[in-house]
Design a protein around this ligand. Sequence first.
Ligand SMILES: NC(=O)c1ccc[n+]([C@@H]2O[C@H](COP(=O)([O-])OP(=O)(O)OC[C@H]3O[C@@H](n4cnc5c(N)ncnc54)[C@H](OP(=O)(O)O)[C@@H]3O)[C@@H](O)[C@H]2O)c1
Length: 200
Amino acid sequence: MRIIVVGGFGTIGSAVVNELKGRHDILIAGRSRGDLIVDMRSEESIRSMFQKAGKFDAVVITAGNVLFEDLSQMNSQKYAVGLNDKLMGQVNCVLIGSQLIAHNGSFTLTSGILSQEPTHLSTSASMVNGAIDGFVRAAALELPNGIRINAVSPTLLVESLDLFGAFFRGYEPVPASKVALAYSKSVEGAQTGQVYRVGY
Ligand SMILES: NC(=O)c1ccc[n+]([C@@H]2O[C@H](COP(=O)([O-])OP(=O)(O)OC[C@H]3O[C@@H](n4cnc5c(N)ncnc54)[C@H](OP(=O)(O)O)[C@@H]3O)[C@@H](O)[C@H]2O)c1
């Protein structure tokens, strides 16, 4: 398969690329570097990425930012960061990409544990992750041409402990290589409308 991995140089994305690259042609897409340059916040940028990619069979998205901040400091502009980037960025990749992807292709999105197990400062991440999971379950019912869609919802990664461990006390971290297997199951398997929880 020819697979586009948006965010393929990131912590999760590079593990996904390692898992899949021996069996498939991988195109890495990123904001600052990659085979394809894309900023998911822009529909025009997403459209340009898919047009430059040529034919493709699967899209994996391991990208998307949200703000972590105390509820009392949040406002609509701050929520818009996560809504425009991690949520609508991924949704727009599906809306635009589903017009171009091969029949029986697949989309795999990334959400995260915070929809189910919120913690301090996580109102935006918890909201966005829950929305991604809901979108995936519903979109699976309507995507045409045998196109499948799933989400991977990991807990904190071992590789991200230094960055985020202080916010996730008591959460058991999971290695990126294990998280990558859920993406493999989504891309190379047969299921659709699933949210694969990894590590919790
Ligand atoms: N790491 C964890 O423990 C963990 C756990 C659960 C869920 N998640 C979720 O998984 C996703 C990836 O996390 P990560 O830790 O792997 O992130 P990361 O290491 O920061 O990598 C993110 C990658 O996505 C690209 N990217 C960021 N914003 C983008 C945009 N608007 N358009 C296109 N590409 C963009 C980045 O490219 P540039 O560097 O070029 O900007 C980078 O290659 C995030 O949504 C995160 O919330 C992470």
